[in-house]
Design a protein around this ligand. Structure first.
Ligand code: ADP
Ligand code: MG
Length: 224
């Protein structure tokens, strides 16, 4: 089976006052459809940087990233590749994924309106939003609320649902259960496991190795 994402020997550094630091140093990972790869490691070990490399948000200094066997980067980011919505990131700061001006139903369903997808009208999108809010235990929220009216944990769950709603090939999630209580963390675990059950490949970062072991099929530990 073709891997959804494969990184080989990726390295990424950043300039600092004390010279260049290597946030990620020659890391190789591969994830198959329906597989959940956990990433653990201490703070500063490069977990978030690795996710940005896997999501194609940043380009490695050396090494390669392939999506379904195709290079993510050639001379520049290949136009139109991978297809819109192939990879969906869930950032640590949920506000980074949500437009503060948009009602939450619109942010949540936006991936369904990507070019090339069948058109769904506003009523259809609001119905999908209502269904997913329920699944994320947010059924009590007003779908027209703005992110500013929600708690950080609620925004995070909206961002998670937004990443999953259109059935992406790959989801990368940075500490998705941080800021959540035990019950909502369980709901998130269920949503992520269900997405994998439908064939989505997931890369999930957490410092909570006990939780990660319950969710992930394999774990890659980043060296400090
Ligand atoms: P983790 O998520 O495991 O805590 P990060 O990937 O955030 O680790 O960071 C790894 C190292 O790279 C840290 O030393 C961090 O300060 C540095 N770093 C990460 N992103 C940047 C950036 N955009 N600019 C400069 N340094 C960065
Ligand atoms: Mg991090």
């Amino acid at each position: 089976m073709t891997a959804v994402v494969t990184a080989v020997d990726v390295t990424r550094g950043y300039p600092t006052r004390h010279g260049r630091i290597r946030a990620v140093d020659r890391v190789s990972v591969t994830v198959a459809p329906g597989e959940i790869l956990g990433i653990s490691g201490p703070s500063g070990s490069g977990k978030s940087t690795l996710l940005r490399l896997l999501a194609g948000i940043e380009r490695p200094d050396s090494g390669t990233v392939h999506y379904a066997g195709q290079p993510a980067w050639r001379r520049s980011r290949a136009a139109g590749y991978p297809r819109p919505g192939y990879v969906m990131p869930i950032f640590q700061d949920p506000h980074a994924s949500l437009d503060p001006r948009w009602p939450i139903w619109r942010s949540l369903t936006e991936p369904l309106t990507a070019p090339g997808r069948p058109r769904t009208d506003g009523a259809g999108l609001r119905a999908v939003a209502a269904e997913w809010l329920e699944r994320a235990r947010l059924g009590h929220l007003d779908p027209t609320a703005r992110p500013g009216q929600l708690s950080g944990g609620q925004c995070q769950r909206i961002a998670i649902v937004r990443a999953l709603v259109a059935g992406p090939a790959l989801v990368v999630a940075d500490e998705p259960t941080a800021r959540q209580d035990v019950i909502t963390a369980a709901a998130i675990t269920e949503l992520l496991a269900e997405a994998a059950g439908h064939g989505t490949a997931l890369v999930v970062v957490s410092h909570d190795t006990v939780w990660l072991d319950t969710l992930a099929h394999r774990t890659h530990r980043m060296d400090p």
